[in-house]
Design a protein. Structure first.
Length: 78
């Protein structure tokens, strides 16, 4: 039930390219790595992770699987 209340607010913040936790601009986030050619992972100053899709020019929260993929790539030294 709580997620149903919060989700619309988070969607509006992401549309405006703001972090859902601290509302800082996502353009200023630190780049962690590339998931693919058109997708890159970013980390906000509040440690929330987002994925930016270059084709659609949209941000979304990173899934656990995407975070694990980046961590494996970093460990390999990619």
């Amino acid at each position: 039930m709580f997620k149903r209340i919060i989700k619309p607010f988070q969607e509006v913040l992401l549309e405006r390219k703001l972090c859902v936790g601290c509302t800082s601009p996502l353009e200023k986030c630190r780049k962690i790595g590339d998931l693919s050619e058109n997708r890159k992972m970013l980390e906000c100053k509040c440690k929330r992770r987002f994925v930016f899709d270059k084709e659609s020019n949209l941000y979304q929260r990173a899934t656990f699987a995407e975070e694990q993929q980046i961590l494996r790539d970093i460990e390999k030294g990619k």
